[in-house]
Design a protein around this ligand. Sequence first.
Ligand SMILES: Cc1cc2nc3c(=O)[nH]c(=O)nc-3n(C[C@H](O)[C@H](O)[C@H](O)COP(=O)(O)OP(=O)(O)OC[C@H]3O[C@@H](n4cnc5c(N)ncnc54)[C@H](O)[C@@H]3O)c2cc1C
Length: 405
Amino acid sequence: MDFVQDPGNAQFRTEVREFIRTNLPRVYPEAGSPAWSLRFHDRDSVRLWTRALDQRGWAVPHWPSQWGGLGLSPVRRHILSEELATAGCPHPDAISVDFVGPVIYTFGTPEQKRRYLPRIRAADDFWCQGFSEANAGSDVMQLRTTAVRQGEHFIVNGRKLWTTNAHFADMMFALVRVELPGQRRQQGLSFLLINMRSPGVSVRPIHTIDGRHRLNEVVLDGVRVPVENLVGEPGKGWVYARMILANERTVIADVRSARLQLEQVRGLMQDCREQTARLAGMEAARHQLARLEIELDALEVLELRALHEPPGEQTVPSMLGPILKVRASELRQRISELAVDVLGDRGVEALPDPEPNPLPTEADPLACLSACYVTAGYLFQRSATIAGGTSEIQRNIIAAVGFGV
Ligand SMILES: Cc1cc2nc3c(=O)[nH]c(=O)nc-3n(C[C@H](O)[C@H](O)[C@H](O)COP(=O)(O)OP(=O)(O)OC[C@H]3O[C@@H](n4cnc5c(N)ncnc54)[C@H](O)[C@@H]3O)c2cc1C
């Protein structure tokens, strides 16, 4: 495989760097402070940066130009994400921009495109994904949420589980079972857009082991959804969902954040060098760091291969997405384990305050913030091999697609 850099790509990277250099301090005056890289980006800060990127078409760079994108190639999109992540910029909301946006511009009605795409692009609306249910995670075909047509509405009843960001989302894209008048309930799943402010929607928080609130249970109790909110054909929701799952795996793989994590461990090890008592253990940690670095280099080559793959039929699962997802999520877990090992006792001390205030004060040195952040990250990384499809399911896909078993 020939990864020789196209000079246009190098020029593009320079443009992105220049954009960040001039715009980041304008949007966030605190950017560049030592605590910046530890900051947790909330909805408002994501919105501000998404709007700044939108001035260049970079909020939705892969979208077609008709909807405000640039149809950017996967390689340039990768360069953009890499530079933004390195500078610690918030990422535009992936669930909205990378998951539902492409489904709407590919399969939606002209009215759905007009209504939702500009609002996603401007970060006016944030979306959540309502696929999983209590007994329908890996095997989503078991889901039980129903949408029964009554006149110009569907009446939706069911419970969605593990719904990321439902507590602040404006809209949900959900997989449901549709029942049309005079017909039996659809065997296939349908793809429905639900306004989260509709009467009958209630959101219950699920706090994760790191103490943060990202996940929720969403109860849908007689929610009236206009029939025009159905995407594509009833019973074909799985076709549209597959497009999302393929994107989700690549987004969740997030090889770049594994690299940043690794750099953080290197920094922690340098900090710990002064503590001579722990030097003996450091030798083993250094070996471990070197091994992880080599595996990460190999993973980055795999990612480049995926980026250079000729574009195929988007709804057909490829093998590279699942391989990247398994390798990157497992590697991120191992890097976070090493980070906590390096922290030693400080890692445990950090536990009572899983949500550190990212602004440093005289009384709260950065080292403590960093310990909280590292320990919380380690705990949340346990979910990396579950979210977006478990490692076992990814391995099943690899076996089926790659080896025909
Ligand atoms: C942090 C996080 C965020 C999430 N966000 C969302 C979200 O926003 N929206 C959403 O819809 N869902 C979300 N999910 C849910 C996620 O998609 C599911 O947790 C995942 O698909 C697994 O389903 P499950 O939890 O029901 O586990 P199960 O499917 O019950 O699996 C339990 C165990 O059995 C194994 N297993 C199951 N089937 C097989 C098989 N055929 N072969 C081998 N092993 C198998 C699994 O690998 C796993 O180890 C999120 C999950 C997490 C952890």
